[in-house]
Design a protein around this ligand. Structure first.
Ligand code: SF4
Length: 431
């Protein structure tokens, strides 16, 4: 699917009066904005009706990530069902240089589509950030820790807001790629979670639905662009590429040979495999209710401590979660350190460094961030026993380097607002 080059004056295949702006290759049609929107929204509506996802009197919650999928879902549901009670929800995970920016984008989106927004701030309410997992054994799989925290919060917030249904932005590509990934891992129980509707199994649970179940990802992207939905462009600094991303790429390649491949796989999984797995599951396994002895949420863990509470216990053992220092805090700290106990790196461009830099700061190219972990480790290995302070033109870039160094076992810190540091004349050197 492509946006059409504006110099071609092709009329929309359906209305035959407006100029076509987008091509939908699976349908072999070129459409104008209105007809594309109608085509897109009709498919979502059919999916909702086919699977009886909700009733008009239900209260529906949509957890917004700032990305195109949940943004599109919110906009389409509001357009299709203007009188239904829809609630936008944003969980601010306290991820530095990401969560606050995304919160603003989500606020803009909700204002545009006229949906109320509830914001839950993890740091303000619970005193920790997802970033803090960098100090735990989850430092190489922060998304997994984040997933456990979010699942707990979905359930907690759904109860607080009296939601009847949670609608999620999972789309065709997400579902088929995850199904394949789980299939090859032999994790058949988790495949069931990919059904278009997940009714509550235990009392107090909320029904979950996937209205974009049959919608391809590319078409969601085009819907969000055509309708100018506010979508966050920056990515989470912890994003890792899961195995389902690998399968997405494989499926995109297969799609070039067979345009229906994703729908064919979806049909085999949902009509054959999922019913088969459900039939072989033992009833008592499904109905056994265990509550976490710490938070009271449902858990399948034999020790009755849910995965979220286990991860929080790990965070509670960390006494110092410092990853960033203001220039004042940094200057105070180095007064208490011997000169051979620390080192400072300037990752601005070389011209800036040569003009003016912190006294004794070593220069390193910001391109270090594009290097492999092996290369980064080798570069910083001589400073393994020291505290490593980093500052750069963009605090986000220096923070990303700090996160990478922490994962590699270095004691690294980001310096915020380095311009303050550079303004303190007695500490800078003119090169
Ligand atoms: Fe959480 Fe990972 Fe998503 Fe970041 S990318 S918000 S850490 S799941």
């Amino acid at each position: 699917m492509n946006f059409l080059n504006s110099k071609y004056n092709i009329l929309c295949k359906l209305c035959k009066s407006e100029k076509a702006i987008v091509e939908v290759p699976s349908q072999k049609i070129k459409l104008c904005k209105n007809c594309y929107n109608q085509f897109f929204e009709n498919r979502v509506k059919k999916c909702i009706e086919k699977y009886k996802m909700f009733h008009p009197d239900n209260k529906i919650g949509i957890f917004l990530s700032g990305g195109k999928d949940s943004a599109t879902l919110l906009a389409v549901l509001k357009k299709l069902y203007p009188n239904i009670n829809i609630q936008g929800i944003y969980i601010n995970l306290g991820i530095r240089y990401y969560s606050d920016i995304t919160e603003n984008t989500v606020k803009e989106l909700c204002k545009k589509v006229n949906v109320p927004l509830y914001v839950y701030s993890l740091y303000e309410k619970e005193g920790y950030r997802i970033d803090d997992f960098i100090f735990t054994r989850f430092k190489h799989k922060i998304c997994s820790a984040c997933g456990a925290i979010k699942r707990y919060l979905f359930s907690k917030i759904a109860k607080e807001l009296n939601l009847d249904v949670i609608a999620t932005g999972h789309h065709l590509d997400d579902i088929v790629s995850t199904m394949l990934s789980l299939f090859f891992q032999g994790d058949f129980d988790s495949i069931i979670r990919l059904s278009p509707v997940l009714p509550p199994i235990y009392p107090g649970q909320v029904k979950k639905v996937k209205p974009l179940y049959t919608t391809p990802e590319k078409e969601i992207l085009y819907y969000s662009l055509i309708n100018e939905l506010p979508v966050e462009k920056s990515t989470c600094p912890h994003k890792d590429y899961s195995s389902s991303e690998k399968y997405k790429k494989i499926l995109d390649e297969l799609e070039k040979e067979n345009r229906q491949i994703k729908y064919q796989l979806l049909s085999v999984f949902s009509k054959k495999l999922i019913p088969l797995i459900k039939r072989t599951q033992k009833k008592e396994e499904i109905l056994e209710i265990k509550k976490c002895i710490k938070c009271g949420e449902i858990t399948s863990s034999p020790d009755q401590i849910c995965s979220r509470c286990k991860r929080i216990e790990l965070l509670n053992q960390i006494t110092d979660k410092t990853l960033e220092l203001s220039s004042e805090e940094f200057l105070d700290l180095i007064k208490s350190l011997e000169p051979d106990e620390w080192v400072i790196f300037d990752i601005r461009n070389k011209d800036e460094y040569e003009k003016r830099s912190f006294n004794n700061a070593k220069w390193i190219s910001p391109e270090i961030l594009d290097k492999s972990n092996r290369k980064i480790y080798k570069t910083f290995k001589p400073f393994k026993t020291k505290r490593i302070f980093i500052y750069g033109e963009s605090e986000k870039l220096s923070y990303l380097l700090v996160l990478k160094l922490r994962k590699l076992g270095f004691r690294a810190f980001n310096i915020k607002h380095p311009e303050h540091l550079l303004q303190k004349n007695n500490f800078v050197s003119e090169k």
